[in-house]
Design a protein around this ligand. Structure first.
Ligand code: FES
Length: 173
């Protein structure tokens, strides 16, 4: 970071601020897979703590650590915008180097799902990304019929014509 500051002719603190804020700047060597567990409230409410326990127990390392074989580093991130399918993890894949970097979300996880995903990656396989138990983000319990879903109890919301949004009457006294 000091060298970067020197090259860019700026104060080192400017580089530290950026590098410590964005989680995609890794300041230590990480494994081939960077497992980022979402730790924000919706995921926590949906069982992220159990996902974290399953990952750390299965890999034998804690958040911020890398497995001795250099395969997995565990990290934590804040909301990754997939709360509707919480809990979730994002896994960055560096097996093709930094230039070949890819990134997948794994959602609607149970502890056994996440262990299965890690084992598949370890064997060189490609786990199914996205929701592990739903087609996409349809209501829980919806009946999935091919690429469509049908609400189990029928549609219960947004069934009528939309109300116009509130607008102040500028001519009103
Ligand atoms: S809280 Fe986990 S994706 Fe939003």
């Amino acid at each position: 970071m000091n060298k970067v500051a020197q090259l860019l002719e700026m104060q080192p603190i400017r580089v530290y601020e950026v590098a410590t804020f964005y989680t995609m700047f890794n300041r230590t060597k990480i494994g081939k897979y960077h497992v980022l567990i979402c730790g924000t409230t919706p995921c926590r409410l949906q069982g992220a703590q159990k996902i974290e326990e399953a990952v750390t127990k299965h890999l034998g390392v804690h958040i911020g650590q890398t497995t001795p074989d250099g395969m997995f580093t565990i990290g934590e991130m804040e909301c990754m915008g997939a709360c509707v399918n919480a809990p979730m993890v994002a896994i960055a894949d560096y097996t093709k180097g930094v230039e070949g970097f890819t990134y997948e979300y794994y959602e609607d996880l149970t502890p056994s799902d996440v262990v299965g995903i890690l084992d598949t990656l370890k064997k060189g396989g490609k786990p199914k990304p996205g929701s592990q138990h739903r087609l996409k983000a349809e209501p829980a319990g919806a009946i999935v019929n091919g690429e469509k879903w049908i609400p189990k109890e029928g549609v219960t919301t947004l069934t009528g014509p939309p109300r116009a949004p509130y607008c102040r009457d500028l001519n009103a006294p």
